[in-house]
Design a protein around this ligand. Structure first.
Ligand SMILES: Nc1ncnc2c1ncn2[C@@H]1O[C@H](COP(=O)(O)OP(=O)(O)OP(=O)(O)O)[C@@H](O)[C@H]1O
Ligand SMILES: [Mg+2]
Length: 273
């Protein structure tokens, strides 16, 4: 689905912001891109989206080189949720905002489909169509931006820090929705995320970046258990993984909170017996 072949990118003015990136992400994967501030995560997802073109190397999405695909084709393939929703929102009502992306992809002739799809998303996110995006909270604006990105039903969904500024309930709601899309529609998800708990709960694979390079790429729980790697990337694993690591033995292999608490409950049971 996504193939980066020795991709480098420079914003100009000397050094390369991302260097020699090679990876493949298959259809239906849920991958997270991790790394400290300035590691090159946003640059990398913009290269996948085709908003930026490699300075050298090739980026292929669905077999097509991003330097050769048209904007309309790209919009159908790849949906991009920006780090800041306000850079995305451009219409004065939520309904218009959701319809806008659809119109760009489906064309003006498809008004009926556009209305149906817009209604569907308004209902899903419990929005009133006549609300003004800029009168909503940051979390709600994030959801408006997400709704308009999803309306197009892209094959690849790129999320740059989708949970920033959201409260716990908003975060869970958005993430559960994305998880369902990934599982039922086979939507490929690439998510940049600073919240390691969210990464552990939702992503299955993690690509770790530092200084514009790809440091590691593997299953999320393996990445989190690699203390040396996490330190090199200036990342802190989720609390549950830290606790499991400190307990050692079988505990250190527990991949999630459920397994770990079952192990702890088992040990307490044995002690009582
Ligand atoms: N438009 C630009 N022009 C010049 N340099 C840029 C531009 N955008 C980003 N950079 C630089 O490129 C580097 C990587 O930026 P990028 O936004 O990809 O990092 P990031 O990993 O997404 O960081 P963050 O976690 O802060 O969002 C940074 O040093 C940044 O200052
Ligand atoms: Mg960024």
């Amino acid at each position: 689905m996504i193939r980066a072949e020795q991709v480098s990118y420079s914003y100009g003015g000397g050094g390369q912001t991302v260097r020699d990136l090679s990876f493949r992400i298959e259809k239906g994967e849920f991958a997270a891109i991790l790394g400290e501030n300035g590691a090159g995560k946003t640059t990398t997802v913009k290269l996948i989206d085709g908003l930026l073109k490699p300075t050298s190397g090739r980026m292929l999405v669905n077999g097509l080189d991003t330097t050769k695909t048209r904007v309309s084709e790209r919009a159908r393939q790849v949906g991009f949720l920006f780090q800041n929703p306000d850079r995305q929102i451009c219409k004065s009502t939520v309904r218009e905002e959701i319809a806008f992306g659809l119109r760009a992809v489906l064309g003006k002739g498809a008004e009926e489909t556009i209305r149906e799809r817009t209604d569907e998303l308004l209902a899903l996110f419990s929005f009133r169509g006549d609300e003004e995006p800029f009168s909503l909270s940051r979390g709600q604006r994030q959801q408006v931006a997400l709704a308009s990105t999803l309306a197009v039903k892209p094959a690849v969904l790129i999320l740059d820090e989708p949970t920033t500024g959201l409260d716990y309930r908003e975060c869970t709601r958005i993430m559960e929705f994305i998880k369902t899309l990934n599982e039922t529609e086979g939507t490929t998800v690439v998510m940049v995320c600073h919240d390691m708990e969210v990464v552990l709960d939702y992503a299955r694979r993690a690509l770790v970046m530092a200084g514009g390079r790809l440091l590691a790429d593997g299953p999320v729980h393996e990445i989190f258990r690699d203390a040396a790697l996490m330190e090199r990337a200036s990342l802190l694993p989720p609390q549950i993984v830290q606790i499991a690591g400190r307990l050692g033995g079988d505990y250190a292999d527990a991949d999630d909170a459920e397994t770990l608490s079952a192990l702890i409950a088992g040990a307490a049971e044995r002690r009582r017996a």
